[in-house]
Design a protein around this ligand. Structure first.
Ligand code: SKM
Length: 278
């Protein structure tokens, strides 16, 4: 049995076991995907222990996804960093090699782009302007991914401006930090707006923003997926903007790990969406 899973602290909220479990059944694999609650300081030891424990039960530990708060710790703990992890500065997918060495990747950016591509031809964003709300790990992955799409300008609005400045510095000279208070005005130039904060998520404060200045052709995307249709996406749809929900990013970031651990390229389709939300 090939064994993989997801680590985080806490981890019980994660939809990853449902989504990988669906694929394991669909493709009839001798594989298992688990959820492991792990604290950052335990991460290094957990990898060697899992190799032993999986072998003891007759299986093989193939790797893991990582979520909050482990992505930066994983960056320091793995043996090899692939280019995606190096550029984003965080690891969300670890693959155990034949030689037992751990390779860290980051699939959040590609997950975001693949999800976007379900709704639009992403070529339309080349040369355009993005407005990102937030400056945490998700914003970092998305800023790098939009840069790779050829976007000419990335404006980062964050409640802490100094964090926005740090992120902009990391992303490149086409990125700039802006005061949180100016977010509505920056929408005038935006070809895509992405909420990379947890504002608007069930149990979190609302995201306060006015889309009045936003072009009708602009895309509005939210990384929040509980609720699936956030107030931001509702507002975007009601004025005719294309709205991209946060579940797609979660589903698409999962593909590369599944393929590396279990040897099958899985499909993201509406049956999977329905199963995960059930
Ligand atoms: O990057 C992903 C991670 O791979 C899995 C995850 C989850 O299970 O909630 C969320 C994102 O951080």
């Amino acid at each position: 049995t090939k064994i993989a899973g997801v680590m985080g602290w806490p981890i019980s909220h994660s939809l990853s076991p449902r989504l990988h479990g669906y694929w394991i059944d669909k493709y009839g694999l001798d594989a298992d995907y688990r959820a492991w609650p792990v604290k950052p300081e335990e991460l290094g030891g957990t990898f060697s222990q899992l190799k032993e424990n999986c072998a003891a039960e007759g299986g093989v530990f193939r790797g893991t996804n990582l979520t909050i708060p482990l992505k930066e710790t994983a960056f320091d703990v793995v043996d090899i960093l692939d280019p995606s992890a190096k550029r984003i500065g965080a690891v969300n997918t670890v693959v155990v090699g034949e030689d037992g060495r751990l390779t860290g990747r980051n699939t959040d950016g590609i997950g975001f782009i693949d999800s976007l591509a379900e709704h639009v031809n992403t070529d339309v964003l080349r040369g355009g302007t993005a407005v990102l709300l937030g400056a945490g790990g998700a914003a970092r992955a998305i800023a790098v991914a939009l840069t790779d799409l050829g976007m000419a300008k990335i404006i980062i609005c964050n409640r802490s401006t100094s964090r926005a400045e740090t992120l902009a510095g990391h992303v490149g000279t086409h990125a700039e930090a802006a005061l949180w208070e100016t977010r509505n005005n920056h929408l005038l130039d935006a070809d895509i707006l992405v909420n990379c904060t947890s504002l608007g998520m069930t149990g979190q404060p609302p995201l306060e923003i006015s889309l009045d200045l936003l072009k009708k052709s602009a895309i509005v995307s939210d990384i929040v997926y509980v609720p699936l249709e956030t107030d931001l996406l509702k507002a975007a749809k009601s004025r005719g903007n294309i709205a991209v929900d946060g579940l797609g990013m979660l589903l698409h970031q999962a593909k590369a790990g599944f393929e590396a651990w279990f040897g099958v390229t899985p499909e993201v389709d509406t049956a999977l969406r329905r199963h995960v939300l059930d």
